[in-house]
Write a protein that binds this ligand. Sequence first.
Ligand code: S3P
Length: 423
Amino acid sequence: MAGDKSISHRALILSAMATGSSRITGLLEGTDVLATASVMQQMGAQIQRLGDGIWQVTGVGPAGLRSPEAALDFGNSGTGARLVMGVVAGAGISAEFTGDASLSARPMARVTNPLALMGAQITANEKTTLPLRLAGPPMAMPIDYVSPVASAQVKSAILLAGVNAPGQTIVRETPITRDHSENMLRLFGATVDSQMQGDQHIVTLTGEAQLRATNIDVPGDPSSAAFPMVAALCVPGSDVVLKNIMLNPQRDGLIRVLRDMGGDIEICDERRQAGERVADLRVRYSQLKAVEVAADIAPSMIDEYPALAMAAACAEGTTYMAGLHELRVKESDRLSAIADGLRANGVTVEEGEDSLSVSGCGQARVAGGGTVESRHDHRIAMSFLVLGLTSAAPIGVDDTSMIETSFPTFFSLMEELGVSFER
Ligand code: S3P
């Protein structure tokens, strides 16, 4: 399975900030991550591709980053843009942040607000969207921040800004979000404490951290695995093994929900890699049944709702998903993109402000026959291609080019499983 996108971004960023040379294997070579590699290079890190997924990064050490001459272009990547805002804020340098049309419509105030508290100066439009300029103070101030949104990107930006700050930078979040930044900061030698107090997750980073180069073997991306996984559950006769999938507890919500729906997903050969739990997954065709998906599981499967909605369309009964407000501000408004695409293919859907009900077709197949607007959103494109594997009539997707951002091997992997796409 292609390398995890979240871990790939963080591996490049932290190795570029560290002292010494790090070797990264299994790096996801999607355009989102390649954009992060190139902006870290613009700020002074030496980054070299040695082979397929194998990269060497020589970092600049504490306070070694320099202000880039040209604007930093993050393409479609919210993770890259938001995490690097934290890096720039903490490095005492300044940079202009730009991105494509989808990224330029996404909210950045959630990150610039706490970074301003740490001393950063932000020059932006009224909506605080890209393009914007961020100038870090000579020395960032540590903060104790209660995050108003459950977002790993916000938490990570603050922690990255806190690496060079004197004292302890604290982020409090409810509920807990993916903790890859905490795990990887520890791998690079930083002191990061993480504890639950009731339902609040409190992360404390000790500043003026001496990051030291380390080697990272990036595990497979569960968010990409979601597509062949749902395909295998929905296409009669399937029996597929997906190798080397990361099962971080803040990323495995989809597997839990699909199992509740009756999905036959076996977790085999559990092991640890790059500080994360990893396993192979054996997935077999299953007659899925509708479930209610509670809001509190959302952070552990926030990118997987498009894939889950396709499984729900194939299940018996009506699946209700709550707590989906964050889907409105992803690479597209995913709630409306899912609802429109399903309706165009004969599935009954109810779209609430932050919820979705999908009436599954069960034994009868999804009608299909519609063309889906992917809205420049990789996960919308892949989801409907997967639904098209089981629909009575084929499903068209208007543009699949964005799949390159997160899962460049999607087509070849699906073809290996026996799928043929008409292009
Ligand atoms: C990510 C966090 C999530 C997720 C994104 C990757 C990360 O975003 O949707 O694809 O790597 O930190 P939010 O922090 O906005 O929830």
